[in-house]
Design a protein around this ligand. Structure first.
Ligand code: BDR
Ligand code: CA
Length: 313
């Protein structure tokens, strides 16, 4: 039986690849909806990008919703310096023909969790955690109905990418992250420590192009654009492919290794705002609230991704 998921996202080239990976895997994943949140760029552009990506996949029966336009308590910080002006620079994707669903993204999360049997829906978070936190605050009854949350965010050994201490998704809305990390819902956290191990090398980008499908071509174009920033910053052979790790984890959890620990979110300090303070060595008796994924099998990850993307138009 396929696993029901909601994808919460701020696409974002790596978000786009994650969405495509999920939509290419209908036997395993039943995507109930895609919800946009403000993050890499503003909400309306992220929502438009989500529509474009769903349309690219050919899975236009999957609804796209717009959620929150900004963090719970902070001014929105965006990342055009990485993702380009549109958030999805690279390929020339057509204006979407499909349109947004009328329901607010947070209400969609709430109504879906109430409608589906308890413990059967997984939330996949690829951006700031604003929508998830707002849904939990608005409708506390849904919290215990969530099967689990698999999220890309935070870092510990690799520290930060938007500041020396913090990863972008958690930095943008630390209060939302705190709500989610203290919710009691089982959480799988995929931090930079794991995503920095899956690099877009030349060969891997060429592998996406090889089948000759439109999606593979578009993915190679997206990632060739977004990697330029990381190549310069890290001086590595390729850029980390963060968000698709979330979907790959659902498809093949054995590609990833982690341990259950406590992770707490820094909210008070400006210097370390949004840091995910990970008790990796069990120094405190704080409750173990996340499975902290520390590493990924890059070969297996790209094999899976390349094979799945080749199934799309
Ligand atoms: C995360 O930040 C965003 O820019 C990416 O899409 C990813 O979700 C990586 O820090
Ligand atoms: Ca993202």
């Amino acid at each position: 039986m396929s696993q029901k998921i909601i994808i919460d996202t701020d696409p974002g080239q790596d978000d786009a690849v994650a969405i495509l990976l999920a939509l290419a895997s209908p036997a395993e994943l039943d995507v109930l909806g895609v919800v946009a949140v403000a993050g890499n760029v503003g909400l309306s552009q992220n929502a438009k990008n989500a529509l474009k990506v769903v349309e690219l996949s050919g899975r236009t029966e999957v609804g796209v919703y717009a959620g929150c336009a900004g963090p719970m308590r902070r001014k929105l910080v965006t990342a055009e310096h990485v993702h380009g002006k549109t958030g999805l620079d690279g390929p020339d994707l057509p204006e979407p023909k499909i349109t947004l669903q009328p329901e607010h993204g947070v209400d969609f999360i709430v109504s879906t969790l109430r409608a589906e049997p308890a413990g059967t829906v997984t939330l996949c978070a690829l951006g700031p955690l604003t929508n998830l936190a707002m849904a939990f605050i608005k409708a506390p009854d849904i919290v215990t109905r969530v099967e689990k949350i698999v999220l890309m965010g935070g870092a510990y050994f690799e520290v930060g990418n938007i500041t020396p201490a913090a990863e972008f998704n958690i930095y943008v809305d630390p209060e939302a992250a705190h709500v989610v990390f203290t919710s009691g819902v089982p959480i799988v956290q995929i931090p930079l420590d794991a995503s920095h191990g899956v690099l877009t090398t030349r060969e891997r980008l060429a592998g996406f192009r090889t089948p000759g499908n439109r999606t593979g071509q578009a993915v190679a174009e997206m990632l060739s654009f977004s990697e330029r920033f990381d190549l310069e910053k890290y001086g590595s052979i390729g850029a980390p492919l963060h968000d698709p790790c979330v979907i790959a984890y659902l498809l093949e959890p054995d590609l990833f290794k982690g341990r259950k620990i406590n992770v707490s979110i820094e909210m008070a300090s400006e210097l370390t705002r949004g840091m995910t303070v990970a008790d990796y060595w069990g120094i405190t008796d704080r409750p173990k609230n996340v499975l902290f994924v520390r590493s990924a099998n890059a070969e297996g990850f790209y094999e899976l991704l390349t094979e799945r993307l080749a199934r799309l138009p």
